[in-house]
Design a protein around this ligand. Structure first.
Ligand code: AMP
Ligand code: GLY
Length: 425
């Protein structure tokens, strides 16, 4: 089977890595990491007709769309219309990530627990809401903002400023519609459901670290690391997430005539009593979570599951696939990330990597003279594997040290919460 992965980040390298177990992999445009596993195709992924031509030219059997942006603009629809098997939701279903207002509406209709909220397209009405609701409040741009359109506001003044910034255009058209919601407390958990619109298969759940600095301080980023398994993700909790969140949402989407197929990623808050609420949905795999979820999934035949879902075939999937091994990934970012990452630092990757590690490329580039260079914010993801999260995190750090380039930024405490929990047990 020839499988084409659309995208060029660490997530797409991890998808190619897992798919290459049972398929010949292509990536568009891919990165130097995906090139080592298969073939990179230099094609403009924002132009569906060019991509369709490339798919035909290379005899691609299945297309897997990595990032949210092409899903939100209808790439899956364009491919499916041409009869090309595609893993990833339609444009209508991708609204569950691309419009937080839509996601709230679905959750309300499906009776799913989520933070109390209101949606505004008018600044004055939003400001009036802030004035009459208790802080802390969370102000969110409804549209896609690369994980940066969420502002936590401890005071009403901060919430007022956030509302003004959003309507003032800080997040472009993503902020034309603004959600204001109550602040939830507890512990976050990311749950990954591969689904044909009706049934689902849960991949190992993960936690990521959004903050730039150790101890979870500093500005929010696209993600500085992730780990699996997470001990709070018990079978009981996951059964509850299925019954109270995933099944009702899938039913509501189908009921509206826009069934969701592909990867439904639920960002959850688990409160002190163990009850799950939804913070957000994503319509694709997580980045950097995929760089732990797939390595932890043992010999999962990802290509055949995706193939069955893309064809609407009868799909015999287990409801849950627990982690076979612990995995931790440390993101190695360029100096200046996230505000102004510096490109160009040369990267030296030793011939022999430390044992039980996998290195995923994200923002790297191979020069004409063969030098690998940092070429963006998040540059490499250093994944360590082991019998426990603590061991996997040591291996992840060891790999990060072995490949870090000049002025590279990375956290040395990824998975600290789980390591502390294990130490206390
Ligand atoms: P979202 O993109 O909506 O998941 O928000 C990004 C991050 O902001 C989440 O992973 C949480 O860390 C945080 N967040 C979002 N909504 C809330 C909320 N209602 N209460 C507390 N934290 C939140
Ligand atoms: N790591 C968060 C995300 O992929 O949205």
């Amino acid at each position: 089977m020839n499988v084409l992965v659309v995208g060029s980040g660490g997530r797409e390298h991890a998808l190619c890595w897992a798919l290459s177990r049972s398929a010949t992999v292509f990536a568009a445009p891919g990165n130097p990491g995906t090139a080592n596993l298969g073939h990179n195709l230099a094609v403009d992924i924002s132009n569906p007709s060019t991509l369709i031509g490339t798919v035909r030219e290379h005899g691609i059997d299945l297309v897997v769309i990595g990032p949210e942006a092409p899903l939100a603009t209808g790439l899956a629809d364009a491919l499916s219309t041409e009869g090309i098997a595609t893993f990833g939701p339609t444009q209508a279903a991708a609204q569950i990530e691309a419009s937080k207002a839509f996601a709230k509406d679905i959750m309300f209709a499906a009776g799913v627990s989520t933070a109390r909220s209101a949606t505004f397209t008018d600044q004055d009405q939003a400001l009036a809401y802030v004035a009459t609701h208790e802080e802390p409040l969370v102000v969110k741009a409804s549209g896609l903002a690369a994980g940066k359109g969420v502002i936590m506001c401890e005071t009403r003044t901060e919430a007022t400023d956030a509302v003004r910034e959003m309507f003032g255009g800080r997040f472009g058209s993503a902020g034309e519609e603004v959600i204001i919601e109550a602040f939830l407390t507890g512990e976050e958990l990311s749950v990954f459901a591969m689904t044909d619109g009706e049934r689902y298969m849960l991949l190992p759940s993960a936690q990521d670290h959004k903050r730039l600095e150790e101890g979870d301080h500093g500005p929010n980023t696209g993600g500085m690391g992730a780990y699996t398994p997470v001990s709070i993700a018990t079978d009981d909790l996951l059964a509850r997430v299925g019954a109270e969140i995933l099944h009702p949402v899938l039913r509501e989407m189908a009921h509206r005539g826009t069934p969701f197929t592909g990867m439904l990623y639920a960002g959850l808050m688990i409160d002190e009593s163990g009850a799950p609420s939804v913070l957000e949905f994503n319509c694709r795999f997580g980045d950097p979570e995929t760089q732990v979820v797939l390595p932890a999934s043992g010999d999962l035949d990802l290509a055949s599951h995706m193939w069955a879902i893309a064809h609407g075939d009868k799909w015999d999937a287990p409801e849950a696939l627990p982690a076979r091994i612990a995995a931790v990934t440390t993101v190695i970012a360029a100096a200046g990330y996230p505000a102004a990452p510096v490109k160009g630092a040369p990267i030296h990757i030793p011939r022999e990597l430390p044992p039980d590690t996998v290195l995923f490329h994200a923002g790297t580039k191979l020069d004409d003279d063969g030098t690998l260079r940092a070429n963006g914010g998040r540059v490499l993801c250093a994944t360590g594997l082991g019998p426990s999260v603590a061991v996997a995190s040591e291996r992840s750090r060891e790999l990060a040290e072995a490949v870090a380039f000049e002025n590279a930024l990375y956290r040395r405490d990824i998975a600290w919460r789980e390591v502390a929990r294990a130490g206390a047990a």
